[in-house]
Design a protein around this ligand. Sequence first.
Ligand SMILES: [Zn+2]
Length: 139
Amino acid sequence: MTTDVTYSAEDLAAFRAAAGEERSRASVRRAALAEDFDAIVEATLEANADDEHDPEGATIGFERAQITSMLERARSEIADLDRALGRLDAGTYGTCAGCGGRIATERLLARPATTTCVTCAAGHARVSRRASAHERVTG
Ligand SMILES: [Zn+2]
């Protein structure tokens, strides 16, 4: 696989559009989840006021935990995409955090927040992501 390819202006524009689109999708999702979360908190308060045994408590607790984790994921996706947009601005976008090579255009379009090429992503499944990102953050 060639890693020594530079992106065209069209590619870069497409990356930016893809990242922006993904980001707005994630923030719509985040807003919806935040609403769900509020509704559940409200339901919990009502259930507690209504009934001491609280038969729905477990379900509500489970739903709440699920929404919390989905909310977390949406937030971290947005943060990742913000970093990706920052890299686009800085001109460092598409550089693999693992090997320093260029990440394939198709991969970036499919996953605009990605920081590693396919090879490294496969190889890094076992290695700590933090260590690889730390390794190659040269301007
Ligand atoms: Zn790589």
